[in-house]
Design a protein around this ligand. Structure first.
Ligand SMILES: [Zn+2]
Ligand SMILES: [Zn+2]
Length: 324
């Protein structure tokens, strides 16, 4: 049974203890910066910090879906087994107080992959820069600041990368966030050339302190980035823009990998659960006749659930360890 499961879940990446530690540190950072501060309330031009909204009632809810066609699976050479998927639902919204960490993990994971692929392709090391807007320009609208940044980056021959906007900074003494817009760049280019170009517009360039990994850098940057409706938090520019490097499509994960059949809500009727409660699981398990389909109406979910399966099969293993 084990080998069968292994072949089906080969797209899981090895568990990363380090990533879990990084995310735990991010959660601690957010908790600390929310405590007795204006984290929840600060707002400017629609920009807010992450993790400020109530969760949906189903965020964090454990659900079990599966395909119980064990005979069909057997005919297809998978053995007399049912396919079970047990996971915690998440809205993956940056603003959700329950799910923001999963949002960070997912975004950072995607962004890291994109940076790493380009780094490999071009044999370059990514750098992380902070572009600080001159306070005399604080009143300019975001779109103009961004346009200006792009113009300067062109002059500086920045090759490309990710941009994350931070509207706020934190004062450690007063424990208050205040408006101080700046951009973080993670990507490829020449530091000195950038510093010279931005100097001309009286912006400051700071070489950000080195972190252990690109993943850690993204996690940290996302933990207190600017969140605004209809605005992508991580944007990709120049050689790494979506027109040059199309975004990786996450495969939809809504049908049984064993037979292609539909997933339905299921539950286990036996005494000893085969699948550990509150632990992510996906794979084939021996059919012992105790798996049942949840009849419509009995299921605790509501019609709003739309069977939107957590796509965690394609997510980093770290997401699975992020159980609330
Ligand atoms: Zn949520
Ligand atoms: Zn199936």
């Amino acid at each position: 049974m084990k080998s069968e499961n292994e072949t089906l879940i080969k797209y899981f990446r090895p568990a990363s203890k380090q990533s879990t530690q990084i995310l735990a540190a991010v959660a601690a950072f957010v908790a600390d910066h929310k405590f007795m501060t204006n984290w929840m309330t600060i707002e400017r031009d629609g920009w807010k910090l992450p993790c400020t909204l109530d969760k949906y009632d189903w965020c964090g809810l454990w659900v079990t879906f599966g395909c119980l066609k064990d005979r069909l699976h057997e005919m297809l050479g998978k053995g007399r087994r049912v396919y079970i998927k047990h996971y915690q639902r998440s809205c993956y919204r940056s603003s959700c107080m329950e799910c923001y960490l999963k949002w960070i993990a997912r975004q950072a994971n995607r962004a890291t992959r994109r940076i790493e692929e380009y780094a490999k392709l071009t044999a370059q090391k990514p750098i992380h820069l902070m572009l600080m807007v001159n306070p005399s320009q604080y009143d300019l609208p975001y779109d103009l600041l961004r346009k200006r940044m792009m113009e300067i980056l062109k002059i500086a021959q920045w090759e490309g990368g990710a941009v994350i906007f931070h509207p706020f900074k934190f004062n450690e003494h007063s424990r208050q966030f205040y408006y101080a817009p700046h951009f973080h760049l993670v990507g490829f280019g020449e530091k000195d050339r950038i510093a010279r170009a931005f100097g001309r517009y009286k912006w400051y360039v700071k070489i950000a302190e080195e972190r252990k990994s690109v993943f850690q850098t993204f996690c940290y940057l996302l933990s207190h980035c600017g969140i605004r409706k209809k605005h992508h938090t991580v944007t990709w520019i120049m050689e790494l823009s979506y027109s040059k490097v199309p975004s990786e499509k996450e495969p939809k994960n809504t049908c049984c990998p064993a037979c292609g059949g539909e997933f339905v809500p299921v539950y286990y009727e036996g005494v000893h659960p085969i699948v550990t409660p509150e632990r992510h699981f996906e794979g084939l398990v021996d059919s012992d006749g105790h798996w049942k389909t949840v009849e419509t109406g009995k299921w605790i979910g509501n019609e709003d659930n739309r069977f939107d399966y957590a796509p965690f099969r394609d997510l980093n293993e770290i997401l699975k360890s992020l159980t609330v």
